[in-house]
Design a protein around this ligand. Structure first.
Ligand code: FAD
Ligand code: EPU
Length: 336
């Protein structure tokens, strides 16, 4: 554990924003976290995973604590499931690859999502028809003030679309230490979403496997999403908004091509990327802040944009979508 002062966070966030941390430390054990809890008492704290879902809009005048708790352990099994406990600091895609190589099924559709395991329940990460809540058993988290560890069941986490209690009611109260996943012995393939079937066909896959589904998802993602190592970004900047079915029908009369998917509750989830593109933002660039040319839902930093510039652009996008469609976009990325 090495404490540093006034360091740049540029290499620690995939947006590549050059904000400073007043104090910075990693922790690789719960003992180190306890030590840091005492040292950072009464200061603002920011827990950092892979920094792939945050926008730093200012220097952080407090402690930035990077979670490096590791370990992937098979802790139990039944006829149907493997129960696997994973340290919060493990890289998410690294865990997915381990699961695939061990024949643990259920996370293959979530391949190539950047970031760490500890953040996966924060916003209930999701892609290609699967969300973390579908494979989540429980997690352990450290409470900053009570200085104790609590176990959260699936129900306790209040998962929703890109939501959990850790983003809402319990925001900034807990550090997630590890997550237990419930993975299937017999895969239950989910290839109904988007272009997966098409990609599998293109790959010449005759017999489905979790490795093949993973590779199909990887191929699709690579073709659409910018690689943060090349262009700074944090994935989708906004959520896809849901609106009542009647409002959708009305919008459809004025905007024939509008993209919407039916939710189980009867509302309709709109493709925010389509709304943003229709407002003319796709490929827009001002200074180094921009809206990705292939995926309008992704805001990008071409090099030296500040967090404030990206935030300002996101506000202009929210306003224009509101004016044109009467639909409010909500930011998905954590604004710090
Ligand atoms: P960070 O950005 O480090 O943290 C995110 C938030 O969680 C912060 O508020 C942080 O304080 C908090 N936090 C992090 N770790 C802990 C912890 N251990 N305890 C308590 N709080 C913690 N997301 C999807 O859902 N689906 C996608 O398909 C997807 N695609 C993406 C594609 C790209 C190219 C990029 C850049 C991002 C994408 N994302 C996607 C967003 C991102 O990958 C996920 O949200 C991921 O889970 C963030 O992990 P992280 O470790 O980088 O979190
Ligand atoms: N679209 C456009 N223009 C664009 C982008 C999208 O018209 O510039 C339309 C297209 O019609 C497309 C539809 O929007 O068919 C949906 O686009 P896409 O399949 O790329 O998915 P998305 O809704 O933009 C969501 C998630 C992604 C996740 C993918 C795959 C949210 C906010 N985003 O994106 O998650 O990987 O589906 O499941 O739900 C993330 O959260 O960071 C993220 C990348």
């Amino acid at each position: 554990m090495q404490i540093q002062q006034n360091i740049s966070l540029r290499q620690y966030n995939t947006m590549g924003i050059d904000a400073q941390a007043r104090q910075f430390s990693t922790f690789g054990t719960v003992d180190e976290l306890q030590e840091l809890t005492a040292l950072s008492e009464s200061s603002p704290r920011l827990v950092l995973g892979g920094g792939s879902n945050m926008l730093l809009t200012r220097d952080f005048n407090g402690w930035v604590l990077k979670n490096e708790l590791t370990g992937i352990e098979l802790i139990d099994e039944t006829d149907e499931y493997y129960y696997v406990k994973v340290g919060a600091g493990e890289n998410w895609h690294g865990f997915v690859q381990t699961a695939i190589s061990r024949g643990w099924a259920g996370v293959e559709n979530l391949s190539l999502i950047p970031g760490n395991v500890g953040a996966s329940p924060m916003q209930n990460i999701g892609a290609y028809g699967v969300e973390v809540k579908d494979v989540f058993e429980e997690l352990e988290a450290w409470h900053w003030n009570e200085k104790t560890t609590r176990t959260f069941s699936n129900n306790d986490c209040g998962f929703g679309y890109r939501e959990s209690v850790f983003k809402r009611q319990l925001k900034d109260q807990y550090v997630i230490l590890n997550v237990v996943f419930r993975l299937r012995k017999q895969p239950k393939f989910n290839t109904s979403y988007g272009a997966i079937e098409q990609e599998l066909e293109k790959m010449g896959v005759k017999e489905l496997s979790i490795a093949a589904v993973s590779q199909a998802v990887i191929n699709i993602r690579r073709s659409k999403l910018p690689d943060p190592a090349v262009i700074g970004n944090a994935g989708s900047f906004f959520k896809n908004p849901s609106i009542p079915a009647a409002q959708f029908q009305q919008l459809k009369q004025n905007f024939e091509g509008i993209v919407g998917y039916n939710n189980p509750d009867g509302s309709v989830k709109l493709a925010a990327g389509w709304l943003i593109e229709q407002c003319g933002w796709k490929g827009f660039r001002r200074g180094d802040a921009g809206c990705h040319a292939k995926q309008a839902l992704v805001l990008v930093n071409y090099g030296n944009a500040t967090g404030a510039e990206i935030y300002e652009l996101s506000t202009e996008i929210v306003d224009s979508v509101q004016n044109k469609f009467g639909v409010e976009l909500e930011r998905e990325v954590n604004i710090i």
